[in-house]
Structure formats: structure tokens, C-alpha cells
Design a binder for this molecule. Sequence first.
Ligand code: KDG
Length: 339
Amino acid sequence: ADNGANNTEENVSDNNEADAANSEYSSGDASYVIEAGIGLNNQHPQYEGLLRFKEIVEEETDGDVYVETYHSSQLGDDREMMEALQLGSQEVTIPSTAPVTNFVDEYAILDFPFLFANEEVAMEVLNGEMGDELLDSLEDQEMVGLAWWENGYRDLTNSTQPVETAEDFQGLTIRTMENEVHLEAFSELGANPTPMAFGELFTGMQQGTVDGQENPLATIYLEGFYEVQDYYSDTNHVYSPFVFLMSKSFYDSLPDDYQELVGDAAQEAGEFQIEQNRAQNEEMLESLIDEGMEHSEVTDEAREEMAEIVQPVNDQFAEQLDQDFVERFFQAVEDAEEM
Ligand code: KDG
């Protein structure tokens, strides 16, 4: 899509007919069209959140801003969609923060294993000053960060063996997101990490290119990973935020009141997404077991051992980042833990 007021014609597409049919508005009548794409499929609460964003924006602008929604990497993988945002050829994407590290170094800190003790601590930090600073830092990269959504705690699945302790990672080929912290952490545990775009993951597991992967429960179930994975371990090794990104050139082309409106809508739809997401993440374990996956329970003790093994990775990356930022970030985590 082009930026600005005359980007409507070339945006008309028909591979999201179901969603278009649900809308009383049409792209042809809109002054602004937002092409929004995610990597996860349309069963995931992230997509429900995106549909909520669409509903709010279209209703409040009476169709003057129209939102076309795409899922399952239809518009590309996370990195490609972010590049499209930079170029202004796509308006919105909502990646996990891990691949954002390839654009802004400081995002690496969010992927430190065992960083956030629970979701409340994560939300407190993200919705506070440090989170704002991370959102603002995207502007230099031609993107505007509008809100934090939630993917959740990531767990391990694989097709080879039950994983309960740090030793069990030895020799496992694990797909990771494109993020150096993840790569180093899994190497430290003795696994063979293989970075891969989300859209290639199912086939990768099916064909045996990788033995396993790590994602929150909702993704494991809703993407049907149980069809190609036998073992599930509740490692909870890292908390993954989603970040709602908009193309800066598109955002700048909006009148002030629309800028405020899309920001509020991203926030409100995010609150809804987070609620749905947590409910799903809780429900999905039983469904996975019903589908035949074996659940390996990871004890707190085993998790602590994993945390100790990967600590040098956190230290090494913390050293590479701006020290003032790192100090303030860890302080914010500590403050949030005390609340
Ligand atoms: O829609 C989000 C996906 O594109 C991706 O960020 C999900 O956590 C994810 C992964 O494992 O790639």
C-alpha cells in the first residue's frame, strides 16, 4: 500500500473475504487503508485482537480508516513485514519482540531467559517508562510502537525425547526465532539452535529439519504442532511480548485525531487480546494431552539449573547494551517485583 490518502485502490484484495464480509465498511470508501499482517493463524487470540482493532478503528472513523487483516504469514514473515513497514508498503504488524532485536539492539533484553517472574511484572515494566522508551526507540527505524500485546511464556516441544532437566537439551535441534539471545542460550544448554521464520516451522518439524521448537501453549495447540511433536515440557524459559507496530510514514500521514485514535485502539484491542490469550494458554494443556502429547513437568529446581546455565549469556548481552539503559531496566524489573 502507498501511504496517505490515496492508498485505497491498490489495497483491494480478496484473500480475506471472510473478514471483509464481517465489516459494514469497504476499502473503496476509506481515505486510509491499513494492511495488517501477523505470522500466527486466524485461530490464535492474536488474530482476535487484530479483528478487535479493525472493529474499533472502522467504527470510530465511520469507515474512513479501513483495516485489512492477514494472518499465517500471508504478507511475509516477521522480518519481511517489519521491512515493509519501514518502506511504507505495509501499515501494521504485531511480531514477538525477539525479531525486533534485528532493528533495535535494546530489544534483546526482553528475551533474556527467566527475566520476568510473572506476567504482571512484565506488564508493569512494559507499560511503564522502560516500555515507553523501547516503543519510542523504533522511530529511528521508521516504525511507531503503539502498544504491548502478549504472546506469553514459551515452552519446549520436540519429537525425540521427554525434556525435564537441563541435560535433556543435549543434541536437540531446536528452531528458534531470529534472535541472538535465543541462539546463544540454547547453545549454552547443549542444543543445536536453528533460526527459522515462523511460517517455515511446521514443515521444518514435519520433515525433521528440526526436532523441536518453543512457543506458548496456545500456539502449540492452535497451530496443530501436536501432529508433528510428541513431547511437551513446561519450561517457561522466556516471556515473549508482542509489540504492535505501525509504519511511521503511514502514521505521519494521518491527521492528529486519527493518530490518537489508532494508538488508543491498539491499546484497547491489546487489553482484549491479553485477556483471551491468557485464558487460552491456560486451557490448551489439556487439549494437547488429549491429542496425545506427553507432558514432561519441569520442576522449579530444574528451571533454576537452566537459568544458571544461561546466565552468562544474559551477562554477555547486557554488557553489549547501553549500560544506563540496562541498569534502569533491571531497576524497573526489581521495582515491579516488589509491587
Ligand atoms: O504473529 C506473530 C508471529 O509472527 C511470531 O512472532 C510468533 O513467537 C512467534 C514465533 O515463534 O515466531
